[in-house]
Design a protein around this ligand. Structure first.
Ligand SMILES: [Zn+2]
Length: 246
């Protein structure tokens, strides 16, 4: 809930011009499909990207996931998109997700080449390198939204719950441990065998990751405070294909 409230607040700050910009964003797609609010296979231009508000960017991801769930993906020509973006990219959002093979950011939000930045690490946490990447996405390249996407049945979350020790993975999982510690209760079974506990940790991990983005990136928190970008959390259900924005 905290994330939702937070993102709403962030979005509301930019509400003064959002309606106008949202209208302009209808020009995002150049095909007939753009007659609706949805995306098309046309790659974003700088003008189109800049006309998109954080709210519109969130809606585009919601609509993309709806297409995915309904089996109505855009079916774009990716090679054509590759050629169209070869000399410049203007993605509308940056998505931080897990490396899980079932949770590809582009697939679950039905996005093509040039549409979104995609950062992935086991457990969808941030460190200096991920934060730098997100700063590049928003402050340098103009993305309007950062979304942290956790997912159900996450092996990294389960590993952190079980205190798995293995090579470099030990340090990777250490980034998730604050979420494990922040979830109280679930005694006596605070392990991966307790599905409710695992999901509670996954939810908390998304919330803490967003908080960490704000705390550790003055660039991103400044953009968010000015309403120039949105920060949102999301939980992807590997059983249904649905992405639930928090
Ligand atoms: Zn995962």
């Amino acid at each position: 809930m905290a994330i939702r409230d937070h993102s709403r607040r962030t979005f509301l700050k930019g509400a003064g011009c959002s309606l106008i910009a949202a209208g302009a964003a209808a020009g995002f797609g150049r095909s007939a499909r753009a007659a609706g609010a949805g995306q098309s296979c046309a790659v974003p231009t700088r003008a189109a990207q800049q006309a998109i508000t954080p709210q519109t960017a969130l809606r585009m991801l919601e609509e993309g996931n709806a297409r995915f769930v309904q089996g109505k993906m855009l079916n774009c020509d990716y090679l054509q998109q590759a050629k169209a973006t070869a000399n410049g990219q203007f993605p509308f959002a940056a998505v931080l997700g897990c490396i899980d093979s079932r949770a590809s950011n582009e697939l679950i939000f039905d996005q093509g080449i040039g549409d979104i930045f995609s950062a992935r690490v086991a457990g969808n946490f941030v460190n200096d390198d991920i934060l730098g990447s997100l700063e590049f996405a928003c402050a340098v390249t103009g993305a309007k939204l950062v979304v942290v996407v956790g997912h159900t049945e996450c092996g990294a979350i389960k590993g952190a719950c079980d205190d798995v020790v293995m090579g470099n993975l030990t340090q990777t999982l250490a980034n998730i441990k604050p979420a494990v510690a922040a979830v109280t209760g679930y005694e006596p079974n605070r392990s991966s065998k307790n599905a409710a506990f695992v999901q509670a940790v996954a939810d908390k991990n998304v919330a803490l990751t967003i908080a960490k983005i704000r705390q550790r990136s003055l660039i991103l928190s400044g953009l968010a405070d000015r309403g120039e970008i949105g920060l949102a959390g999301c939980m992807y259900d590997v059983h249904t294909g649905r992405a639930h924005f928090m």
